[in-house]
Design a protein around this ligand. Structure first.
Ligand code: BTN
Length: 327
């Protein structure tokens, strides 16, 4: 009831009479008042005016479960959302609940991670009150393990799309999955899969977005950016999480229809920053330069080499760099 009450007050933007709320929820005025007090205690500014009712005047920048749930338009995401003010890593927690049988669509969010994980064993910083870190649990029973890398590309696409829609920023994708603005990295994604004999048991897909982060350590200063830096003001993190998760759900359902990216390839290639640029492909024991043409339906980057042949590069251990900078 609290989540729905919050969503109703936010959507109306105006006063809701106590009577209307009582009728809607089928509860007493005291019950409504109790919920309003709880929300006020959590930092929501709610005006209560006699003969007018209640109006939501301001929201805290909370990413707690109620706030995110009240913004989610998805039926697929499992309620309650798992929220932590501090946790080691949302990916690690999500794996723990997956082992205990949590269903697909479970969502884990944290305001701070003490052992946030990046790709290739790196650390991922999640400073409290400013960053976005969340992990989704997937159980794609019909998808073979070798196709799972594609969900990471889908999440990159979802982040870039959400950022464009909510803030009008020119976000793109650096293959395979980094969301990038102005040549700098905005977001990182870490997908981890557990298999059971030859099939996928579960997949956790963790996303870290530099939302309201204002400064970066020396080694990242030239290659990382945040939404707050790009916009010159903070963003509402719960709105961002809800939009990214909603877009991901839509894309993921399309992926499940075909078990590949054939329904998403064009949309992905539109936002692919490497497209039509010269890239350096770094494979263990093999390095070469070529022109990136876009992805194929398996999510592989097609690179035209100097001799005219086209190589399909699989995400795995390969890294692709721009010849003139990060992209
Ligand atoms: C990268 O190195 O680019 C990937 C970074 C992934 C970070 C996210 S934050 C949420 C989730 N939990 C983790 O421990 N890592 C991922």
């Amino acid at each position: 009831m609290k989540t729905e009450l919050l969503a109703m007050l936010r959507e109306s933007g105006d006063f809701y009479s106590g009577q209307e709320l009582c009728e809607h929820f089928g509860v007493s005025r005291t019950a409504i008042w109790k919920r309003i007090r709880q929300l006020q205690d959590e930092g929501y500014e709610i005006e209560a005016v006699k003969n007018k009712g209640y109006r939501l005047a301001a929201c805290p920048d909370s990413i707690a479960a109620d706030e995110v749930e009240s913004r989610l338009e998805s039926d697929w995401v499992v309620r309650p959302v798992h929220y932590f003010s501090v946790i080691d890593s949302t990916n690690n927690y999500c794996k723990r609940i997956a082992e205990d049988g949590a269903p697909e669509g479970s969502l884990v969010i944290a305001d701070e991670q003490t052992a946030g994980k990046g790709r290739r064993g790196r650390k991922w910083e999640t400073p409290p009150g400013t960053a976005v870190a969340f992990t989704l649990l997937l159980r794609p029973e019909t998808v073979p393990p070798e196709k799972i890398a594609m969900v990471t590309l889908i999440m990159g696409l979802a982040v870039a799309r959400a950022v464009r829609k909510l803030y009008g920023l020119d976000a793109g994708i650096k293959w395979p999955n980094d969301a990038v603005i102005g040549g700098k990295k905005l977001c990182g994604i870490l997908t981890e899969m557990t298999t059971d004999l030859m099939s996928v048991s579960y997949v956790v897909i963790g996303t870290g977005i530099n939302a309201n982060v204002k400064s970066f350590p020396e080694e990242l200063k030239d290659t990382a950016t945040s939404l707050a830096v790009e916009l010159g003001h903070d963003v509402v993190r719960s709105e961002l999480i809800a939009e990214v998760v909603g877009s991901f759900e839509k894309f993921y359902k399309k992926f499940l229809q075909t078990c590949d990216l054939s329904l998403l390839q064009d949309e992905y290639n539109e936002l692919l920053l490497n497209k039509d640029r010269t890239v350096r492909v770094l494979e263990p024991g093999n390095e070469y330069t070529g022109l990136a043409l876009g992805i194929d339906k398996e999510g592989q980057l097609l690179v035209k080499r100097e001799d005219g042949s086209v190589t399909a590069v699989y995400a795995g251990e390969v890294s692709v760099r721009g010849v003139y900078g990060y992209v």
